[in-house]
Design a protein around this ligand. Structure first.
Ligand SMILES: [Zn+2]
Length: 128
């Protein structure tokens, strides 16, 4: 079943998704660069100031873990965005992937790559 959305509405969502994807890809490039740079720094840490080096390593590990979790989140979001774009192409955008009902528009506006309606999302959270 095709969604009841008008083609120009779908076009708006597609543009939103494309914008999000471009922004996330930019972020991701930057985060990846930073994570790799920090890797390089760690390998060449200066032994002449051990306590400072230890403190630095602690902060670096924390930052790197934080960045890696950001990278993971953004990769996950990017995957959801491209799935949403596939759903646009397939003519099922705005349809809940669980109950096949329509996803409420306010939810799509807040989360254009939402794959299921709020009821199903809550249900899945309960069982997570
Ligand atoms: Zn649903």
């Amino acid at each position: 079943m095709a969604s009841a959305m008008k083609p120009d509405e779908i076009e708006d969502y597609r543009k939103t998704l494309e914008g999000l994807r471009a922004r996330l890809r930019g972020d991701l490039d930057q985060l990846t660069d930073e994570a790799f740079q920090r890797d390089g720094e760690e390998g060449s840490s200066n032994l002449s100031n051990v306590s400072a080096a230890v403190a630095d390593v602690g902060t670096e590990n924390y930052d790197q873990e934080f960045m890696l979790s950001l990278i993971e989140n953004e990769q996950e979001t990017l995957a959801q965005i491209s799935e949403a774009m596939h759903r646009i192409d397939a003519g099922i955008y705005g349809q809940c992937q669980e109950c096949k009902g329509p996803i409420a528009k306010p939810r799509l506006q807040a989360l254009p790559y939402a794959r299921c309606c709020i009821e199903c999302a809550r249900e899945m959270e309960k069982h997570a």
